[in-house]
Design a protein around this ligand. Sequence first.
Ligand code: PEP
Ligand code: MG
Length: 573
Amino acid sequence: MLKGIAASPGIAIGKVLKYENKLSLFKEKIEPWEIDEELQNLHRAVQDHILRLTELRDKTGREIGEKEAEIFDAHILMLKDPMFIESIEEKIRVGKNSAAAAVKFAVEETAGILKDVDDEYIRERASDIEDVGNGLIKNILNIDDGLIEKLNDEVILVAQELNPSDTARMDKEKVLGFALDTGGRTSHIAIMANSLEIPAVLGVEGLSKNVKDNDLIIVDGNKGIIIVHPSDEQIGEYNRQLEAYKMKKSMAEKECNRPCTTRDGKEIQIGANIGTPGDAEYAKKYGARGVGLYRTEFLFMDRNDLPSEEEQFIAYREVAEKMAPGPVIIRTLDIGADKSLPYLELPREQNPFLGWRAIRICLDRRDIFITQIRAVLRASNFGNIKIMYPMVCGVGELIQANGILQQAKDDLKKEGIAYDEKIETGIMIETPAAAIICDILVKYVDFFSIGTNDLTQYTLAVDRMNNRVADLYNPMHPAVLRLVKHVIDVSHRAGKWTGMCGELAGETLAAPVLVGLGIDEMSMNPLSIPRIKETLRRISFDKAKEFSKEVLSMEHPQEAQDACRAFLDQTGN
Ligand code: PEP
Ligand code: MG
């Protein structure tokens, strides 16, 4: 039995499919008698890879567009270029390199020359060559990552790590669970697994090295446990739990559309966090009144260029219409850090979470920002849309963003295009800076939404993705809770409201404190809604207010958690 982090609830029993998105280490040098074999290996891989690229080319042409498909034509041509192939052959024959190493060196040579050229178009060809090289090396080493796009059987995906874009392109119907060596409870993979309702255990050190394809494993996303080669007894026990879990879920689902007020009548708005228009169905199914966080970045991922204003408008409008009259808070592009867009070529940074991300990118790339804002404004004519900026640290950013919003409004007006003139604007409070100066920021917004995932990371200086320091990552730390209180109080004094859309909003244990602090809205992954609603209905607001004062004076996160457990036990949870 292996212990990891319970990142997405549920149980999955199935066979392992190992996924590698990084090239593993491979042998570089060969003996003279291995030359022929390596040459054969190379030629087989080249032919296979041409076939694979041709398939991808056709699929892309059909599903995305001819323009996007052309990139694969260029890659195929490269593999048919005799000079390129000869230079690899020479590195095998003369240099006594393995086929994989020969490709690597040939690619480094060619790409290296191109990277020094002063023409941007030519420099970009260097990354095409690297792409082709990586694909070829994977083929030589029989690493087939294309497997996740079209799966024949149901599998449990085991990997060292998964990027959001890997998750976006995988065959979601066939993936029963995730088990990864890396990742934490609030990593974006965890968030995606939750919204896809796929059980996940993350941060299981060394797992991928210790399992093979087709090994039977159990992913217990409730307890954060992985069992490799389970006994018949364990399989029987987990099958029983799986059935019980399904039943409990369907009962909670039946209850979830009842209103959500505390025992003494205080209403809390419950929203859903979504990533795609399709998620709005789940949001409604599990009883969300609206969308408290629409992570628009997923619309920008898993593609080769930026989505147009029209494409974005269609997506935002779909969500607004599905949720109407409920509110939909659309967060503007929050890219960077662990969410990359290959076609934007974000620079490699030493500290990407402290670097060029979110609103910082949007204010530098106004073309991207204004296109998105126009799409949001146009969609606001079809429902109850609010707009929200991520990662704000200072008033300057907020004033600039609001200025761009105003410009987009003026442009639309001139063009005679309708939008909601009273559209509410808010910011995420996810940096300590924003929380501390929220009395200044509040003047420029209609609402706040506290993003505890990042707020915890930045306040406690704990990387939310780093398993080694996962124990230190605790949103119930008094520093975080005190910032939460400050933000809620300041917004109320200014006659504004504060919601929470970080993962803490979906944690049962935190519910009494958040309600007691006066949170107005809580937004979470749709699956958590029935459970949180049930908890809130048992709590008395008056008692929670008193209780939250006690909790805020506690010295240690564990003390706060224990007190919350005791409080909930008294209310029968
Ligand atoms: C947060 O930081 O709490 C948040 C909701 O944003 P994300 O998880 O997308 O960074
Ligand atoms: Mg965030």
